[in-house]
Design a protein. Structure first.
Length: 447
């Protein structure tokens, strides 16, 4: 493996650390906010109308009957408050060097000063290719980013540093964020990114490829006309309505046709769930809003937690140890989640996430947990499971069932303990930069 201190050679040849928010970022943000605000009243009125419709209330009665006690206006306020604290996740595969999709790797993350976007990764030599034409077109046409000066489409490093970071709203509170994009989830700090984030209804690259292309794949049949303008944390209603409308007719892989109201009721009931027990498969993971911070997101303040998927060959591994050390060095919470998702199912419950006690001993968020009387026993159980996996993992490196069994064995000992957590939800914590909420006692996990 190459050294994780790979930034130094690049700095030596003239790549300085760019401003966290550049002038071009601010120009694009201003345009996005103007557009979002100009359509906000109409989008809000339409959403409230849908939330009060007979069809929607009928479906909510089946999905989440406890929500029927709210009027349409009250339900809108509940969704608004939930949207402000929903996790914004940047998922990637924790590979040592280079990622097949051009995203982050261990070498381009550990020891680096900020989160590189995909254009920067290519400019710095961490990846072998630049993003495709659809990504560039989406960033220019939908997010109003500055186009590159070169006719080749290859940016200077300064131009690359004026682009955005891709994130996904974890509307369903899935244990491992959006598993479509990898087994490592960086949960971004909403407080830090809020004022610099533009939000699109759905995956912008997919929208450009399949809605503004003459030959979209035949299996993919979204309702492109339903997608409205860009949104923000303040003006999100168009994003939610557009997400529902975009998938009117069916989610890829789904055997049944669904309507806009079907999607809206499913998403709303998942967002506002009170038992944190929604079941979802990988097909349904595509139901997210794309939230993109327009900034060169600094470590450590731009991230509040890392979540690792226990079925991704990480638990008990050398890479797992590296990631634990990285979390400690940045004072980040590290947690483990279980989400062995496939495109066809079966659906799994999204509430399997727990804190890493080895990391808790070294970060500020652990101060009220490591002193708990139960913590020594929990640490012992975790350490033993880690050592067992470390010895056996080489023989089961691609055996997801074995890894799932190992997790479930550990889970039986900690699922009712202070280590089990769930994503932040509305009204749970005074500080929205807290990382999670303990399931056992509803106390917040904060740095």
């Amino acid at each position: 493996m190459r050294t994780v201190s790979a930034l130094l050679p690049f700095l030596a040849v003239g790549f300085s650390i760019p401003a966290e928010v550049t002038e071009k970022h601010l120009e694009a943000l201003t345009k996005c906010k103007e557009i979002a605000q100009s359509t906000a009243d109409m989008a809000k009125a339409e959403l409230i109308k849908q939330l009060g419709s007979f069809e929607f209330r009928e479906l909510i009665a089946l999905e989440a009957p406890e929500l029927l006690r709210y009027s349409a206006e009250e339900l809108h306020q509940q969704i608004h408050d939930e949207y402000q604290v929903t996790e914004i996740c940047h998922n990637w595969e924790p590979m040592p060097w280079g990622n097949i999709d051009g995203d982050l790797s261990l070498n381009s993350s550990i020891g680096q000063p900020y989160l590189y976007n995909q254009w920067q990764l290519a400019s710095l030599g961490f990846t072998q290719k630049y993003p495709n034409v659809y990504s560039n077109r989406a960033e220019v046409m939908l997010y109003h980013m500055q186009n590159f000066s070169s006719p080749t489409g290859i940016p200077t490093f300064q131009e690359a540093s004026e682009r955005l970071i891709y994130g996904a709203t974890n509307l369903f509170k899935q244990s491992t964020g959006n598993g479509l994009f990898g087994g490592l989830t960086m949960v971004l700090n909403n407080t830090h990114i809020r004022n610099f984030t533009a939000i699109h209804a759905t995956d912008s690259g997919a929208y450009e490829a399949f809605c503004n292309n003459t030959n979209p794949p035949p299996f993919y049949k979204p309702n492109c006309t339903a997608v409205g303008p860009i949104g923000t944390f303040d003006h999100w209603e168009s994003n939610l309505m557009s997400l529902a409308g975009f998938w009117d007719g069916g989610v890829p892989g789904s055997k049944k046709n669904i309507t806009e109201i079907d999607v809206l009721s499913f998403v709303v009931s998942a967002m506002l769930q009170t038992d944190y027990d929604k079941q979802i498969n990988l097909t349904e993971s595509i139901l997210y809003n794309e939230a993109c911070p327009m900034m060169n997101l600094r470590y450590p303040e731009g991230v509040k937690m890392i979540v690792l998927n226990v079925t991704d060959n990480l638990f008990g591994s050398y890479i797992g140890t590296q990631l634990q050390q990285w979390a400690i060095s940045n004072n980040w919470v590290l947690s483990w989640g279980y989400a062995d998702l496939t495109m066809t199912g079966p659906a799994v419950k999204a509430n399997k996430r727990f804190l890493d006690p080895l990391v808790l001993q070294h970060i500020s968020a652990g101060k009220n947990i490591t002193t708990d009387p139960d913590f020594p026993d929990l640490l012992s159980v975790f350490t033993e499971a880690w050592a067992t996996s470390n010895k056996s993992l080489p023989h089961h490196i691609n055996d997801r069932q074995w890894q799932a069994d190992q997790f479930l064995s550990l889970w039986s000992n900690i699922s009712s303990s202070i280590l089990r957590i769930q994503p932040l939800f509305r009204y749970a914590c005074e500080d929205p930069s807290c990382a999670a909420v303990r399931v056992k006692d509803q106390k917040c996990v904060c740095s």
